[in-house]
Structure formats: structure tokens, C-alpha cells
Ligand binder design. Structure first.
Ligand SMILES: *[C@@H]1O[C@H](CO)[C@@H](O)[C@H](O)[C@H]1NC(C)=O
Ligand SMILES: *[C@@H]1O[C@H](CO)[C@@H](O)[C@H](O)[C@H]1NC(C)=O
Ligand SMILES: *[C@@H]1O[C@H](CO)[C@@H](O)[C@H](O)[C@H]1NC(C)=O
Ligand SMILES: *[C@@H]1O[C@H](CO)[C@@H](O)[C@H](O)[C@H]1NC(C)=O
Ligand SMILES: *[C@@H]1O[C@H](CO)[C@@H](O)[C@H](O)[C@H]1NC(C)=O
Ligand SMILES: *[C@@H]1O[C@H](CO)[C@@H](O)[C@H](O)[C@H]1NC(C)=O
Ligand SMILES: *[C@@H]1O[C@H](CO)[C@@H](O)[C@H](O)[C@H]1NC(C)=O
Ligand SMILES: *[C@@H]1O[C@H](CO)[C@@H](O)[C@H](O)[C@H]1NC(C)=O
Length: 639
């Protein structure tokens, strides 16, 4: 009896063992083997055991590359496939479409090329699909509209062409749609109005045309909405007033028609609000101060009027930018709040009030004496002339040097003093600069202002980029090993220049984005350059122009000085990728500047127009960064 019982027990065990042994659909095993070979993943996926073995090392939740399966039927099917940031290359192979039960496919951050095959439409169980940051081309296939169970879809940062297919409107379960920097263009299809569960829509840096669609204001679940750097026209539809769940709203670079801020009335969940450079033309509404959760408020480069609401600086506010708006009045009394970066450059806001609050701030928080503002009993450390320069850049009064004495200036942006082979002295510009800073060189020959916060990475890049690599295509490699970068706006001013015709030489080398064959080589930096208020470069891409990363390119322009000041402005208009190779990799970058008067023949110093053509009104005031005395090599004013 006992031995029979034991035999039965053994038999049952064996039966169980056989049952527990997963058997994956043979067609899927073949497909997986082909994919493993094609993408060179055989060392991670050792299919001497069944690919759907539950405790295989590639089955765990954070395995990469990962395969996970559903074995609830007798036959196992692959449901999850992750090949993330492994630099797999080639096209998307047809074998992928054998895996019909896939519900989660992540091929993000690789260098896949060619089109998305139409067969993608066969993977109709898909819920999460990411192909973001690849080198895919061709149209976005309308067959994607067949994946009606999709919850999240990303094809950001690719090189697609043509419009978004209308069929995307069939993805009615979609909660997240990431299509920024994807290469798509044209009108945004009305059918997207059907995406009523959409929470996140990132659509910046695409060549969308037409009006910013009204229907977006009907997507009531939206929490995070981004449309910067497109060709879309304003106004911001009033329907946006219904998007009361929005926490992060970034609209920018809208053209053609003016917008108002009325739609903000009920958007009280907003934490980040950026409406930069978008023809926003209303009075600043008092109700802005009822948006009590705001941390970042960017309204720069618009046509806003009125005064800053007295209670706009709430306890949560971290950064406020209203620069380049005809705003007037005084600063709110609590402007000197610790940790607040505030930018009111080129507004008509009363600067005396500002100086008073700076005085208060610096007194309270023990700033370096080099940073004493005007109005102190003893302007310790800071030359009176420097104070005068700041005053004149700020309010448009006469600059201290009544007789313009310079005919050139040269700056090694972000770096230390360098004398070039041709004897040009590129001056030190290595001082710390914060989110809203203005600095004048020790001889008051030039000044630099920086504006903006890398919102998605506030503790990230500190406005200077550096590399140890050699720079190709330049005699003075050192000049290019440092650069100033900015998330928004970087301006250099030549001060006290004799009037006349000048050559403006701008030196660039891309030292942050690489051009490797990795996904890290897929970033695009695009920005605009203005000289004396005139746009001389649009969507400038240093790496493309130079032919490679870490290769120098010099752009030369001619400009006239008529008011003793030369202004060179580097401006981010929302274009380019945002996050390759890391968060906050975008915006202008400049390595060095050399400006010199043209003295030969026509155009020589002759213009005696003393009138200030360009008024500089306002001042930057930033206290966001904690500064230490050693960060500042020479007298300057952090404002
Ligand atoms: C495949 O991967 C191995 C190890 O990761 C590597 O040594 C080899 O060069 C790769 N082959 C190809 C063709 O990428
Ligand atoms: C695959 O697994 C088998 C059995 O576990 C082992 O013998 C073999 O060496 C493995 N192959 C590789 C390439 O790791
Ligand atoms: C769409 O999905 C269905 C299954 O739900 C499938 O039969 C059909 O072939 C798919 N269409 C396309 C265009 O892929
Ligand atoms: C995108 O594709 C076009 C061809 O359609 C090509 O000329 C261009 O170089 C590609 N851009 C990138 C960044 O790969
Ligand atoms: C998908 O969208 C297209 C275009 O908007 C439409 O013609 C089609 O009927 C839709 N298909 C389904 C199954 O809803
Ligand atoms: C804000 O909500 C109130 C009350 O529901 C409504 O009357 C008003 O029109 C809303 N404002 C906007 C701009 O949508
Ligand atoms: C992306 O594709 C383009 C051609 O469209 C090619 O020139 C470029 O080298 C590819 N980029 C990478 C990183 O492989
Ligand atoms: C500079 O001034 C000269 C003479 O007034 C004029 O011909 C020229 O177009 C101006 N250059 C620029 C870039 O404005």
C-alpha cells in the first residue's frame, strides 16, 4: 500500500511538473529568436529555456531587455517586451507583429530607422506603446488608430513627416500622448477631440499649422499640456478655461492673433504656467494671484500691461518672469522672498522699489559685498561706475561714459580670459549667473544677462557648459571648451562703443549634444540670434552648420552702433528636442563673441546720432540660486 501511495505521489508530482513547464506559442518563439539575433540580444536572452519561463532573469519587472508573458491559457503568449535605451539599430522587423498578444511594447531610446510598418495595426491588444527617441521616418501610420486599447502612446523625438493621421482619434482610451519633436506637420486633426480621457499631451516642436484648436479645451481630463515651438496661430481659445485639472501648461510662440489671460480664471491647479512669446495682450489680471499652486510663472515676451498683482508672490512661487512686457507700477512688497527668481527686464516696473527690496534682501541674507545695490549708505566694494552701468541698462538713462571710448569687445562666453593667436583678448565670463542675472565686465566694456530656469530640471545645467574634448575646426580650441547656455534668453551688450559700423563674430561649437551613433546623438538644439534687434539666425543648429559636434563654426554679421550699445541676443523659440541626452538640453549656446569696428572707407565712425535708439528698461532680479562669495571672481551685481 505504502509503495503504491508513494508511486502515486511521485506520478502526481511529475504531472504537476509537466503542467508547470510553460510552452510558448512556437511561432512566437521563432519570432523572438529572430528578434534576439537581429538586435544582438542573445547574450541577455538565452532561449535554451522557454522564453516564457516565469523566473527567467529577463522576465522580472525591471529587466531590460525584458520579455514577460501571459500563460493563463495552455499556451504562453508574449505580452510585454522592453528593449529600452540599448541602442538597437536597423528597422522594425516584421517578426514583431507575430507577437499578437503584446500589450506593452517599449522600444524607446534606440536608433531604429525606417518607417513604422502598417502591420502595427495588428497588435490590437496594445495598451502601452513607446517608440520615443529613435530615428524613425516616413508617415505616422494610420493603422495606429486600430490600437483602440492604447492607454499611452509615444513617438516623440523621431524624424517622421506629414500630418498626424485622423485615425488617432479612434484611440479613445488614450491617457498619454507624447508626440513632441516627432517631425509631424500640418493641421491637427479634429478627430483628436475624441480623446476624452487624455491627461498628458506633449506636442511641442512640431511644424503644426493652423489655429491652436478650440477642441483641446474639451479634453477635460488634461493635466499636462505642451505646445511650444510650433507654427500654430493664436489666440488661446477661451475653451481652455474649462481645463481645470491642468497642473502644467506650456504654450509658446503662437503667432498672428493676440491672446488674453481670461481663460486662467478657474485653472487653480496650475503649478507650471508658461505662455512665453505668444502675443498675450491683456492687462495682468488680479486673479493671477488666486492661482495659489503656481511655482513657475513665465509670461515673458508678450504685450501684457497693467501692474503686477500685489499678492502674486505666493508662498509656493519659485520663479516669475514677466520680462519684455509693457508692465508698469511697483514690485509687490514681498518681492525679496528667499529663493524666488524674478525677471522684470524691459518692463516699466519702478526700479527704485526694486533696489529697495534688493537692499533689504541682501542685508538680510548676507550677500557678498560686491553685490551691494544702489541706495546703501556705503556702496562697499562695488565701483560707482558699475552701479551706473546697471542703472543705465535698466532705465535707459545716460550710461556713465558720456564719451564712448571703445571700438571693440571680446568675450570668452562661460570661460576664463583667453588671448587668441591673432592677439584678440577674449575676456573672462566665467562668473556664476543665476536664473535672472546681469553682470558687467570689470572695465565696463560689456555686460551679459541671462534669463530663465530649466523647468524640467531646475537643479540641472548651471548656465555654463564645459568639455575637456578637443574642438575641431578651430585654431583656438580652448575658446570653445566652455560656453554659456540658457533655457530662454541670453544677451550680451557692448557698452560705451563709438558709433559706426561693426563686425560681429559669433563663435559656436556644440559641446553638450553628441553626434554618436547612439540615441544620444539624436538631439537637436535650435535657437534664434538677433543682432541690434534684427533676427540674423533662425532655428540655428550649431552641430548641423559645423557638420559635427565639438566642431567650431563662426558666423559673422555686420551691424551699426548708433547709441553706444551693441546688443546680441540668443533666444529659444521653443524649437528643438528637450531632453537628449538629458533633461533640460535645449536653448541657446554660445562659445565666444568678438565685435570690432569696421574702420576702412565707407561706414567708418561717422554717425553722430546721440539719440538712444534702443531703450533698456527694467532689471533682472534673481535670488533663486544660493550664491557663495567664491563663485564671484570680481565685482558684479546679481540682480
Ligand atoms: C553584440 O553584442 C556584443 C556584446 O554586447 C558585442 O560585443 C558585439 O559587438 C555586438 N555585435 C553587434 C553586431 O552589434
Ligand atoms: C544558456 O543557458 C544554458 C543552460 O542554462 C547554459 O548551459 C548556456 O551556457 C547558456 N548560454 C549562454 C550563451 O549564456
Ligand atoms: C485591426 O485589428 C483587427 C483585430 O482587432 C484586425 O483583424 C485587423 O486586421 C486590424 N487592422 C489593421 C489595418 O491592422
Ligand atoms: C530626417 O529625414 C530627412 C529625410 O526625410 C533627412 O534629410 C534628415 O537628415 C533627417 N534628420 C535627422 C535629424 O536625422
Ligand atoms: C477610425 O477613424 C477613421 C478616421 O477618423 C474612421 O473613418 C473610422 O471609421 C474609424 N474606425 C473605427 C473602427 O472607429
Ligand atoms: C469659471 O467658473 C465660473 C463658475 O463655474 C464660470 O461662471 C466662469 O465662466 C468660469 N470662467 C471661465 C473663464 O471659464
Ligand atoms: C538618423 O538617420 C539619418 C538619415 O535619415 C542619418 O543620417 C543619421 O546618421 C541617423 N542618426 C543616427 C544617430 O544614427
Ligand atoms: C548701417 O548703416 C549704413 C549707413 O547708414 C547702412 O547703409 C547699412 O545698411 C546699415 N547696416 C545695418 C546692418 O543696419
Amino acid at each position: 500500500m505504502r509503495s503504491l501511495a508513494f508511486f502515486c505521489y511521485l506520478f502526481l508530482c511529475m504531472l504537476q511538473l509537466v503542467a508547470a513547464q510553460p510552452t510558448t506559442d512556437p511561432a512566437e518563439v521563432v519570432a523572438l529568436n529572430t528578434l534576439a539575433d537581429y538586435w544582438n540580444l542573445s547574450s541577455s536572452w538565452n532561449f535554451s529555456i522557454d522564453p516564457c519561463t516565469p523566473d527567467a532573469q529577463w522576465a522580472s519587472k525591471d529587466a531590460n531587455p525584458r520579455i514577460a508573458c501571459d500563460c493563463s491559457d495552455k499556451t504562453c503568449h508574449v505580452t510585454h517586451l522592453t528593449i529600452y535605451a540599448l541602442d538597437i539599430t536597423g528597422t522594425i522587423p516584421k517578426e514583431l507583429f507575430v507577437l499578437k498578444e503584446l500589450m506593452d511594447l517599449n522600444l524607446g531610446q534606440n536608433v531604429l530607422e525606417g518607417p513604422i510598418p502598417a502591420e502595427i495595426g495588428q497588435l490590437s491588444k496594445m495598451q502601452y506603446l513607446s517608440m520615443g527617441i529613435n530615428n524613425l521616418t516616413g508617415p505616422v501610420p494610420p493603422e495606429l488608430g486600430n490600437l483602440t486599447k492604447l492607454i499611452s502612446l509615444s513617438f516623440s523625438s523621431n524624424n517622421f513627416s506629414g500630418p498626424l493621421p485622423r485615425e488617432l482619434g479612434n484611440l479613445t482610451s488614450l491617457q498619454e500622448l507624447y508626440i513632441d519633436s516627432s517631425g509631424v506637420s500640418g493641421n491637427i486633426p479634429e478627430e483628436l477631440a475624441k480623446l476624452q480621457y487624455l491627461k498628458k499631451l506633449w506636442a511641442s516642436d512640431n511644424l503644426f499649422t493652423g489655429k491652436l484648436p478650440d477642441f483641446i479645451g474639451t479634453l477635460m481630463e488634461l493635466v499636462d499640456l505642451r505646445f511650444q515651438g510650433t507654427l500654430l496661430e493664436g489666440p488661446i481659445p477661451s475653451s481652455f478655461g474649462a481645463l481645470t485639472k491642468l497642473e502644467d501648461l506650456r504654450l509658446g510662440d503662437l503667432t498672428m492673433e493676440d491672446s488674453s489671460l481670461d481663460f486662467l480664471e478657474n485653472l487653480t491647479s496650475l503649478s507650471i504656467l508658461s505662455l512665453r512669446n505668444s502675443r498675450v495682450a491683456s492687462q495682468l489680471p488680479e486673479r493671477l494671484s488666486t492661482l495659489a499652486n503656481l511655482k513657475y510663472l513665465y509670461l515673458g515676451n508678450n504685450i501684457l500691461t497693467g501692474e503686477l498683482p500685489s499678492r502674486i508672490i505666493t508662498p509656493k512661487l519659485v520663479a516669475l518672469d514677466v520680462s519684455f512686457n509693457p508692465i508698469s507700477g511697483n514690485l509687490p512688497l514681498n518681492s525679496a522672498k528667499v529663493g524666488l527668481a524674478m525677471n522684470v527686464v524691459r518692463t516699466s516696473i519702478n526700479a527704485n522699489n526694486l533696489y529697495d527690496s534688493m537692499h533689504f534682501f541682501m542685508y538680510m541674507y548676507g550677500y557678498d559685498i560686491a553685490y551691494q545695490p544702489l541706495g546703501m549708505a556705503k556702496p562697499l566694494g562695488m565701483a560707482k561706475k558699475t552701479l551706473g552701468i546697471f542703472r543705465c541698462l535698466q532705465d535707459g538713462s545716460e550710461c556713465p561714459d558720456k564719451v564712448p571710448s571703445y571700438s571693440s569687445f571680446s568675450v570668452n562666453c562661460g570661460g576664463t580670459d583667453q588671448i587668441s593667436a591673432s592677439g584678440v583678448d577674449y575676456e573672462d565670463d566665467s562668473q556664476f549667473m543665476g536664473a535672472a542675472s546681469l553682470y558687467a565686465s570689470s572695465e565696463h566694456r560689456w555686460a551679459v544677462s541671462n534669463m530663465g530656469v530649466f523647468v524640467s530640471n531646475p537643479n540641472g545645467p548651471l548656465y555654463i557648459a564645459k568639455t575637456d574634448s578637443q574642438i575641431m575646426g578651430a585654431l583656438e580650441s580652448e575658446l570653445y571648451k566652455t560656453a554659456r547656455i540658457s533655457p530662454s534668453s541670453l544677451r550680451y551688450y557692448g557698452i560705451g562703443l563709438k558709433n559706426g559700423k561693426y563686425n560681429v563674430e559669433l563663435h559656436f561649437a556644440e559641446i553638450v549634444m553628441d553626434d554618436s551613433q547612439s540615441w544620444k546623438g539624436l538631439g537637436r538644439r535650435l535657437f534664434d540670434v538677433y543682432v541690434q534687434g534684427e533676427r540674423v539666425l533662425q532655428d540655428f543648429n550649431i552641430r548641423d552648420e559645423a557638420g559635427a559636434s565639438k566642431r567650431a563654426i563662426i558666423k559673422t554679421f555686420e551691424a551699426n552702433v548708433t547709441n553706444t550699445i551693441m546688443e546680441i541676443h540668443f533666444f529659444w523659440a521653443g524649437r528643438g528636442t528637450c531632453c537628449i541626452p538629458s533633461q533640460g538640453t535645449y536653448g541657446p549656446l554660445v562659445s565666444a563673441i568678438h565685435v570690432s569696428q569696421v574702420t576702412d572707407g565707407i561706414g567708418s565712425p561717422s554717425n553722430n546720432d546721440k539719440k538712444r535708439v534702443r531703450r533698456l528698461v527694467g532689471i533682472a532680479f534673481g535670488c533663486a540660486e544660493t550664491k557663495k562669495a567664491r563663485d564671484k571672481p570680481r565685482p558684479s551685481l546679481q540682480i
